[in-house]
Ligand binder design. Structure first.
Ligand SMILES: *Cc1c(COP(=O)(O)O)cnc(C)c1O
Length: 239
């Protein structure tokens, strides 16, 4: 084994142990939580190693970084999640490799994603990104729609050709009433998910929790955790 492979294998084992412990503590089955490894800023060679180590879901947040990486890894049995703020002029590229776009936060994006999904003849999974720190009718600084905008955006995704409404995503807010209260934030997301599922029963995916707060996300009921640095290490440069 190469040094990098050993490092990633050890980190992955640690994260796996944390997820398993969090599931046990919450009385949940381990299979209820899917690990998505956030590979942003790391090279395609790391993605390849992770795939060999059994990772099946990876996430990226910048198209410039993700597009060449996804192309270099096209032979691997991976699902690609896009988790970054998405400009409409990048939608054509992202729709070419992403299986799930977790950062759907405005109607223009729904229109653009639908058009490209249809053009590519692919179905694209979509999560509505919720900004728990955004005021009514607003959007979060790091993307996301305010809680009062979720239902309408979900309705648009559900009605859009080529798109599949999969559920909700959030990043725990650094400011506002949920600052430093990740578990409360994730519980609020779960309440919003329950409201969503009452109308769209299949939209049961809840993506929450990162390296620092995956335990709180699992405790609240998240179905997917997005873990970057705890698996790959400190990110080089932008991230
Ligand atoms: C980078 C990123 C993550 C992973 O963060 P870590 O703290 O490195 O685990 C998760 N979600 C989103 C949206 C990200 O941009």
């Amino acid at each position: 084994m190469t040094e990098r492979r050993e490092e990633l294998a050890a980190n992955l084992a640690d994260v796996e142990e944390r997820i398993a412990a969090a599931c046990a503590a919450a009385g949940r089955g381990r299979e209820e939580v899917t690990l998505i490894v956030v590979t942003k800023t790391f090279p395609a060679s790391d993605v390849r190693i992770l795939s060999e180590l059994g990772v099946r879901h990876v996430a990226e947040n910048r198209d410039q970084d993700a597009a060449p990486k996804a192309a270099a890894c096209a032979d691997l049995p991976l699902e690609w999640h896009f988790v970054g703020q998405l400009q409409t002029n990048k939608v054509r590229s992202v729709a070419g490799y992403a299986d799930v776009v977790q950062s759907v936060d405005r109607s223009r994006l729904v229109t653009a994603l639908s058009k490209e999904a249809v053009r590519n003849g692919r179905e694209l999974g979509c999560l509505v990104q919720v900004a728990l720190d955004a005021g009514e009718g607003g959007r979060g600084e790091r993307g996301g729609v305010a809680p009062d905008g979720v239902a309408e955006l979900a309705r648009l995704v559900d009605g859009a050709e080529g798109l599949r409404l999969d559920g909700l995503m959030t990043v725990a807010p650094l400011t506002g009433e949920y600052a430093g209260r990740q578990q409360a934030a994730f519980e609020r997301l779960m309440d919003l998910s329950a409201d969503l599922r009452a109308v769209h029963p299949a939209a049961n995916m809840v993506s929450a929790g990162m390296s620092a707060d995956l335990e709180q996300a699992v405790a609240a009921g998240a179905t997917h955790v997005r873990v970057g640095s705890a698996v790959l290490g400190v990110r080089p440069g932008l991230g």
